[in-house]
Design a protein around this ligand. Structure first.
Ligand code: XMP
Length: 509
């Protein structure tokens, strides 16, 4: 495997991912991990990530200099290169101006990292400082207009530095360079599969948890489902899942979660049937933010109550992913597990202190889906579209009650059924129905009707931060509209939302 030492760059995660894409296991470790610990864990190579600090500043993050004597190849990227230079006796020139963006780099020595690449290639730069004179024994390998040492290498010690970022797509040959590093230089073999991750994660969970018990909040979403399945695989009956049925879920959703996890997978699942409690507190509430707060608070209360009822439990399993972790990683301090626990389950009471089990914290969403698939979870779980924590409450504009929930559930089911008939429905990031707080006039037979309006929302997105409204084929829209109006009592009009984010949001509330 290959270890990435994290100096706080937003791109550290991408390095790990690129290496894993070459089927080499890669894990991110704190930048101050002692050399002895790494020797014990026996990686085949080390990558020092980039970072926001300047190596010239007092107290900037460093690493154990003995890392360079472990006898394994080291690759420093950006800050990692500057740090390598500084620790080994080279000089780093303070940045007078930042170089940011695409640059053309000329390779002077087309070997090692650059074997097989074109002599001039595009790279992505993002740095202020740069290496001026490499340490003794190093030779410059490439240059660009702004950077006389864009890459350097110590051939005998197999230590490398890249001033640019090979991990981003704007360095089109970056993946090749990382391949060269892992395969040619470190001698990795590319045998790692998700199944190996599952084995390692299972072992790690067993080791961490020992004889203790673990509690896990299961929502039926991808992350919590995969987490629960993985922890269950590791410790079986000592995992206790709590599923909060708040009455704001989609058609048959609660039953599906119970069926899969309790009946098929045999997980110890405790459902909290708390719809009345949630609905009572939501009665007459119209303001979206207030709805969210009420639901969030009630969720914590219910979860805490169930957790206490299970008796003293030492560990809490959470489906934290890398993108969730990144915010809590400070460049110098490293990941802060405790802060995250409260952040993620949003303020559990103090008497419920847990140690955390977060088996997915190295992974990206699509990697989690791969793990889920490998664990044998069905497509309706691993390919599930995102669903907001406050559930259907934020898709009923205005006050939420049982009757309106029923109308929305029925309409939403038809939206989903019709879109899932499309061959490429997995391209649609999210699709659902929204119940509007207006009534409109219609005609049915000879009678005038005055009923509800359903808005259909379907969007394309990569991460939910931005989104385009999805150009659903007219015949699909037609079927959705006909089915809702004919089959759902209380609806006589369907409209299609053609707004993108920004300036709109995906959800209506
Ligand atoms: P918006 O509406 O902000 O949604 O464009 C972006 C993505 O986030 C989901 N979403 C939520 N997820 N709790 C969640 O767990 C929430 O309160 C929440 N609000 C929105 C939304 O479904 C979309 O995928």
């Amino acid at each position: 495997w290959v270890a990435v030492l994290d100096f706080g760059s937003q791109l550290t995660q991408l390095i790990a991912r690129r290496v894993r894409e070459h089927k080499v296991y890669c894990e991110i470790v704190p930048h101050d991990t002692p050399a002895d610990e790494l020797r014990r864990r026996n990686p085949k190579g080390l990558i020092l990530s980039g970072g926001p600090a300047s190596v010239l500043d007092e107290g900037s993050p460093s690493c154990d200099p003995a890392l360079f004597d472990l006898g394994i190849p080291v690759l420093g990227i950006c800050y990692g290169m500057q740090l390598t230079s500084r620790l080994l006796g080279g000089t780093v020139e303070p940045g007078r101006k930042r170089e940011y963006g695409k640059a053309i780099m000329t390779i002077d020595h087309p070997d090692a990292l650059f074997q097989g690449l074109a002599p001039d290639l595009q790279v992505w730069m993002s740095h202020g400082d740069k290496v001026d004179t490499p340490p003794e024994g190093f030779r410059p390998m490439a240059h660009s207009d702004n950077c006389s040492v864009a890459a350097m290498m110590h051939p005998e010690r197999r230590i490398f530095g890249l001033q640019f970022h090979p991990e981003v797509v704007h360095t089109p040959q970056g993946a090749e360079m990382l391949w060269n590093f892992c395969f040619r230089i470190c001698g990795c073999r590319g045998e790692w599969e998700m199944s190996a991750f599952i084995e390692a994660a299972t072992e790690a969970i067993r080791e961490r948890v020992g004889d203790h018990h673990v509690i896990c909040g299961l929502s039926g979403g991808v992350d919590s489902s995969v987490t629960a399945t993985l922890v269950h695989r590791a410790i079986g009956d000592r995992l206790h899942c709590v599923f909060v049925d708040n009455g704001l879920l989609r058609y048959r959703e609660a039953a599906e979660v119970e069926d899969l996890f309790r009946d098929v997978l045999g997980v110890d699942l405790h459902t909290a049937h708390t719809a009345p409690q949630f609905l009572e507190r939501l009665e007459g509430v119209i303001d979206p933010e207030q709805k969210r707060k009420i639901i969030g608070r009630t969720f914590i209360e219910v979860f805490a109550e169930r957790a206490r009822a299970l008796g003293p439990v030492r560990f809490l399993a959470q489906g934290t992913l890398y993108p969730d972790v990144i915010e809590s990683v400070s460049p110098v301090g490293g990941p802060s597990a405790t802060i995250k626990s409260h952040h993620n389950v949003g303020g559990l009471p103090e008497d419920l202190e847990f140690d955390l089990v977060e088996p997915l914290r190295e992974l990206f969403k699509d990697e989690v889906r791969l793990v889920g698939r490998e664990l044998g979870l069905p497509s309706y779980v691993v390919d599930r579209q995102p669903f907001p924590g406050p559930g259907l409450a934020v898709r009923i504009l205005g006050a939420v009650d049982e009757e309106r929930l029923d109308i929305l559930r029925e309409a939403d089911l038809r939206v989903r059924e019709e879109i899932m008939k499309m061959e490429n429905y997995l391209d649609v990031w999210q699709y659902f129905a929204v119940l509007l707080p207006v009534q409109s006039v219609g005609v049915m037979g000879d009678d005038r009707t005055y009923e509800n309006v359903i808005a259909v929302r379907a969007v394309q997105s990569l991460d939910g931060m931005t989104a385009d409204w999805y150009k659903l084929p007219h015949d699909v829209l037609d079927r959705i509209s006909n089915r809702i109006i004919n089959e759902v009592r209380g609806v006589n009009r369907v409209v299609y939302d053609i707004s993108s984010k920004p300036p709109s949001t995906i959800e209506w509330e």
